[in-house]
Design a protein around this ligand. Structure first.
Ligand code: C2E
Ligand code: MG
Ligand code: MG
Ligand code: MG
Length: 274
């Protein structure tokens, strides 16, 4: 009967929702122990400058090898980390580790090499965020001018004034700031002129779509606003030449390298053949 089916559905729904609950809870506990258990690590992707044929920086991408769940990608656990606030200590761990790795990377790529770190909206809300980050960099012997902070476009959707203030402080301290996933966050163009940022990272969806007129428009706009542009998601030789011909400043994607431990990154010698 219809009633029977309904009850059955209800039970199924309840069972699975309870299961999700428990699973999330287990995830949260495991994640809260991830730093102490040494389960977090960073992969890197080079940011390549076609004009000089050099890698000018690298983006740190967080990975989690959980004891029971195996290797996890940020999409699986960053939302949990943000919801629980764990992103705050995890974010400081990322910054410290990126500093340590930068010392190794600058020996390979030169002293102007920058390390990019993703920063979540929740981290920016921390009262002492700027002071804490500066403290970590000082302890690790890294100048803020060697670090770039990436914030996603959606970060700016809430309280533009607060975001302006904190980004202004970070830039005054010497960090560069990049707006990540540009073009996907529904932000207004007028907001763009009001944000203290240095760079736009064009979301990979526009590269995948091969939308040349739109990419050209973004590049022209960025030039007028005095912003550098990095194109994400460069997967093929065609993508690469499309962006290089358009004189895009920076290029990042599987075509340069998949995210990997910094010890395995291609050297300049290997990159010149692009
Ligand atoms: P994102 O900052 O936009 O990073 C780029 C994402 O695109 C990475 O996914 C990278 O692996 C992927 N990617 C790079 N090149 C290509 C390509 O050519 N093709 C395709 N299909 N994908 C490419 P990942 O590592 O899974 O990270 C996803 C997101 O998680 C990041 O997006 C970033 O928003 C966030 N995230 C990563 N690490 C951290 C972190 O330490 N802290 C915070 N708050 N967020 C992080
Ligand atoms: Mg990023
Ligand atoms: Mg991005
Ligand atoms: Mg992204």
């Amino acid at each position: 009967t219809a009633k029977g089916t309904g009850r059955k559905r209800y039970h199924l729904y309840e069972a699975s929702s309870r299961y999700d609950h428990v699973e999330n809870f287990i995830h949260e506990i495991a994640l809260s122990q991830a730093i102490d258990k040494n389960e977090l690590y960073l992969h890197y992707q080079l940011i390549y400058n076609p004009a000089s044929e050099m890698a000018i920086g690298a983006e740190a991408l967080l990975r989690w090898h959980s004891e029971n769940g195996g290797h996890k990608q940020p999409g699986d656990f960053i939302p949990i980390a943000e919801k629980t606030g764990l992103i705050v200590p995890i974010g400081y761990w990322v910054i410290r580790q990126a500093c340590k790795d930068w010392h190794q990377l600058k020996a390979i790529y030169g002293p102007l090499f920058k390390i990019s770190v993703n920063i979540s909206r929740i981290q920016l809300n921390e009262l002492n965020f700027v002071a804490q980050v500066l403290q970590i960099l000082q302890e690790e012997g890294v100048n803020p001018t060697s670090m770039e902070l990436e914030i996603t476009e959606s970060t700016t959707l809430h309280s533009l004034q607060e975001v302006q203030l904190i980004l202004g402080k970070l830039r005054n301290a010497g960090f560069t700031v990049a707006l990540d996933d540009f073009g996907t966050g529904y932000s207004s163009l007028s907001m763009l002129t009001q944000l203290p940022i240095d760079k736009l990272k064009i979301d990979r969806i526009f590269i995948a779509d091969g939308n040349v007129p739109l990419i050209a428009a973004i590049l022209a706009m960025a030039k007028a606003l005095n912003l550098l542009v990095v194109a994400e998601g460069i997967e093929t030789s065609d993508h690469f030449h499309m962006l290089a011909d358009m004189q895009c400043w920076g290029i990042q994607g599987y075509y340069i390298n998949k995210p990997m431990p910094y010890t395995e990154l291609p050297t300049h010698h290997a990159l010149v053949s692009r």
